[in-house]
Design a binder for this molecule. Structure first.
Ligand code: HT7
Ligand code: ZN
Length: 875
């Protein structure tokens, strides 16, 4: 396949300042008439051919300035339309195409989901609707007319503001939309169908009224009320925190049930996976509510970071995605608990981005090459991209960061911009040189920092020996040195940060130590007591850190560090170290042993009422099996990791049984359900305690009671998980699974939880369960949510089931990925990334994993999406 390279970027020869589109919708044969105003760019020779992108298109007619084009004047294939010698510097080009929305199972372009017509154009779906310069630096003003039978599609939506609508003969009707803001084609959207509407309004900071609408299946309107509330809070927050006001008369959101990703920020018409819109306490967990809030905010924030200022090319994807993730993280931190949110973000980053950055699919936040752009909507672009923006804020400080953002909006509104443009605004407002910092965008891999410390009681000096390194990644064997901003504190015996005098060996400003070199010896003077070092507070830099520190110091930090993230980190490091030691003992056929201090500390954290429950829940959650595997790095035997983790959980539960039971009972609140941070935090802590208590004698009965008495989905799902994972096959587990299935068989989103819980049940038997569930009536291989909940969970979150030593998990997975690929290459490719860490497995599993990957590559006519992932995974 073709490799696209950043250095090949050239502006297009032609511009398309305006496009008028007319859709005559029909399930199998929709007609699209697109009239493009085309302008030759200054300096381009007259007669230069105009090459328009297409993808599986059928051309019906083509006209220039209203006259049919002779056959000799153009060349057409399903993938390209070439106007061989355009007649003038400016002309109008009319193209009629026919597309089949019903047959579009790839869910890119115009398709039907549950009888609703909808579109997905990012990244290159617009070319599946009409021939176009389908690249993000072509900005056009869109006017769209939609025509359809009124009974089938009473609702006709597109971007921008409504212009007019009316009745037509034969039971048909039409609506016209105009979007005054020039936009790239990937932000085009159309929705038509019969949907219910939840309506509201918002008055912007300058007093303009905006009509808000969330469209869902009839009868589900009430389930969109949390999403509506999140939308209004997002609009207010963006005004208050970034001075950004909404700019159209309407803002619509549509929920569809077949969607390749979470949601899409089309201008004025966001389209959402219904999983991220519909929620109430009986069907959604607290995690679902938090996701809805974050994704509603994310898509809304794109209106300024992505839509008003878009990307010049797809290499700049992080310009909109990393920045918008940063903005949605800050929003959630302000709406909920900042430290809890930060810990959750870091856990996600480590679970998804670190393995990507440390494996064969590693790429820079701003890549320089791609074969299939759909495969670059990655944790690196999104999550590490957000961390890079966070570091800019750490380096510049809050005020200067805001000044830079203001300048970005002022200077680049209406532009298709680059990462260099973004960095330049911060350089311009601050006068700082960010050229070394820019490597965070350009260099792949997770930097590693090693630190040792020494205190000299006679000179009152505290010395740090620091070294940075970056491991090689695909096609980047030599790495340059990074600017790494490390927030820190020197913690004194009373838990307060100690003041220090002169510092040599590094720039230290506002509690941040800046690394620029390979090795730095940093000396803090004027410390009359030995400090305990708290480093990378708040996870100020996305690195891995080897910090020589005594367990007593970690225990001290876990209880006393002024930074909540670092308290969590200190305890988590203690747990991880214990689990790795336990794993090694298992490999040596010895039972793991754990220091009593660990269990006692867990008990103290659980009982510490001065800590918010959500924090305690996160602290008491043991590192996941995949986290432990990542820390171990190679020779992974998932069964040994599982056994070590189980043993530690049992030991913590046994030592703390009484305290945990008492706290569990105290947390049982009977008040009204609230999906806010406090309510969710209490449930999270109670459900973590359930996980521990379910391991003790009588655990099945205990979990069954929890399940049966649950008054909300968070508790019900936690009870079912405890039964299905810890007591599989017991009458309690079998009964609870059956009851759940019976109760929710007609609610696809809730059935996804039922699939997920079974797909993640540890042990080799999960494979047969998952295989069997692919034949369940609620499962559908064509629906991305079903595939992700059953197959994606099995491969991504079931270490012992998927990585069965006999390799059967991999074989099943390879077969299923290929089944998915026939319908939806994009979803198949994303699924396949679950194999990215195969080289860290022990040799037998590694061999079986390799066989499965190779078996996929042997298939003829593999899609570009899947081929790209498998080839890079094997390289
Ligand atoms: N910008 C959106 C990305 C997206 C997408 C990309 C490829 C294929 C399908 C897709 N659906 C949505 C979502 C976002 O990041 O906000
Ligand atoms: Zn986004």
């Amino acid at each position: 396949g073709q490799v696209f390279k950043l250095e090949d970027y050239r502006p297009s020869d032609y511009l398309i300042p305006a496009i008028d589109m007319a859709f005559a919708l029909a399930p199998d044969a929709t007609r699209v008439v697109a009239t493009l105003t085309v302008e030759r760019r200054q300096g381009v020779a007259a007669g230069t051919p105009l090459l328009l992108d297409g993808d599986e298109l059928k051309l019906v007619r083509v006209e220039i300035d209203g006259k049919p084009l002779k056959e000799a004047a153009y060349a057409v294939t399903p993938d390209q339309l070439t106007i061989l010698a355009p007649p003038a510097a400016r002309f109008s080009l009319t193209i009629e195409t026919e597309v089949n929305p019903s047959a579009n199972s790839a869910l890119m372009g115009l398709y039907r989901s549950n009888g609703v017509y909808c579109t997905q154009c990012e990244a290159e779906g617009f070319r599946r609707i009409t021939y176009f310069l389908d690249r993000p630096d072509i900005l056009s003003v869109y006017t769209v007319r939609i025509e359809a039978p009124k009974a089938e599609a009473p609702l006709l939506l597109s971007n921008g503001n409504p212009v007019r609508h009316g009745e037509l003969a034969g039971g048909r009707h039409f609506a016209e939309w105009h979007d005054p803001f020039p936009k790239p084609s990937y932000l085009f959207a159309l929705v038509a169908g019969d949907l219910g509407r939840l309506a509201d309004e918002f008055t912007t900071m300058s007093g303009r009224k905006v009509e808000l609408g969330i469209y869902v299946e009839h009868g589900k309107e009430a389930l969109a009320s949390y999403a509506m509330d999140a939308l209004k809070r997002s609009m207010t927050w963006d005004e208050e925190k970034f001075g950004r006001e909404y700019d159209l008369d309407v803002f619509n959101i549509v929920a569809v049930s077949d969607f390749n990703m979470g949601a899409m920020e089309n201008k004025g018409l966001n389209i959402f996976n219904d999983k991220y819109v519909l929620a109430d306490q009986q069907t959604a967990t607290d995690a679902d509510f938090a996701n809805i809030e974050a994704i509603i905010a994310h898509e809304y924030f794109h209106n300024w970071t992505g839509n008003r200022i878009t990307c010049r090319d797809w290499f700049q994807l992080c310009l909109k995605e990393g920045l918008t993730v940063y903005r949605d993280h800050e929003f959630s931190a302000d709406q909920r608990s900042r430290p809890v949110k930060r810990i959750a973000e870091v856990r996600t980053l480590r679970a998804h981005q670190f393995p990507e950055d440390q494996g064969p699919l590693a790429h820079p936040v701003r890549p320089r090459r791609y074969r299939e752009i759909n495969n670059f909507y990655t944790a690196t672009v999104y999550e590490k991209g957000s961390e890079v923006v966070r570091m800019i804020r750490t380096i510049l400080g809050a005020e200067m960061f805001r000044a830079g953002m203001d300048l970005y909006f002022e200077r680049h509104d209406g532009d298709a911009a680059t990462i260099d443009d973004f960095l330049k605004v911060f350089e311009d407002v601050s006068g700082q040189d960010l050229s070394q910092f820019a490597l965070w965008y350009h260099q792949a891999g997770t930097p590693h920092v090693t630190v040792s410390s020494a205190y000299n009681a006679s000179t009152h000096e505290f010395t740090l020996e620091i070294e940075q390194s970056s491991p090689p990644t695909p096609s980047e064997s030599r790495k340059r040195l990074m600017h790494i901003p490390l927030a820190f504190g020197l913690v004194g015996p009373d838990g307060e940060d100690l003041a220090f005098g002169e510092v040599s060996g590094a720039t230290v400003e506002d509690g941040v130590l800046h690394l620029h070199k390979r090795r730095q010896t940093v000396v803090f003077k004027g410390l009359s007591e030995r400090p305990v070092l708290s480093l990378n507070r708040g996870f100020s830099a996305p690195i891995t850190l080897s910090l020589e520190q005594k367990p007593e110091d970690r225990i001290f930090l876990a209880g006393n560090d002024g930074d909540a993230f670092s308290r969590w980190q200190a305890f988590n490091t203690l747990l991880t170290d214990a689990l790795i030691a336990g794993f090694r003992r298992m490999l040596g056929n010895r039972q793991p042993e754990f220091a009593a201090s660990l269990g006692e500390l867990a008990g103290r954290i659980a009982a510490n009422a001065s800590l918010e429950p959500a924090f305690r829940a996160l602290a008491l959650t043991l590192p996941a099996e995949a986290d432990i595997a990542r820390e171990i790095g190679k020779g992974i035997d998932p069964d040994a990791i599982f056994a070590a983790r189980e043993a530690l959980a049992r030991s913590i539960a046994t030592v703390n049984e009484e305290g945990f039971r008492q706290l569990y009972a105290e947390l049982n609140s009977d008040g009204p359900f609230r999906p806010d941070a406090d309510g969710a935090g209490r449930r999270a802590l109670r459900n973590v305690l359930l996980d521990y208590l379910a391991l003790l004698p009588g655990g099945a009965e205990f979990a069954a009671l929890h399940f049966a008495s649950a008054t909300n989905m968070t508790d019900r799902a936690a009870g079912l998980t405890a039964l299905a994972h810890r007591h599989a096959g017991t009458p309690q587990a079998v009964d609870a699974l059956a009851r759940f299935e019976n109760e929710y068989s007609s609610d696809a989103l809730v059935m996804d939880k039922w699939f997920l819980i079974q797909a993640s049940a540890p042990g080799p038997a999960a494979l047969d369960t998952v295989r069997g569930l692919t034949a369940h009536p609620a499962f559908s291989i064509g629906n991305p949510n079903r595939v992700r909940s059953l197959i994606g969970t099995f491969a991504g979150a079931n270490q012992t089931g998927f990585h069965r030593a006999d390799g059967e998990g991999y074989r099943f997975f390879a077969e299923t990925v290929l089944e998915v690929e026939k319908r939806n290459p994009q979803v198949a490719a994303r699924l396949a990334t679950a194999m990215r860490s195969w080289r860290s497995l022990e040799p037998v599993r590694q061999g079986k994993a390799r066989e499965a990957l190779v078996s996929i590559l042997k298939v003829e006519k593999l899609s570009a999406d899947l081929k790209d992932i498998i080839e890079r995974t094997l390289a």
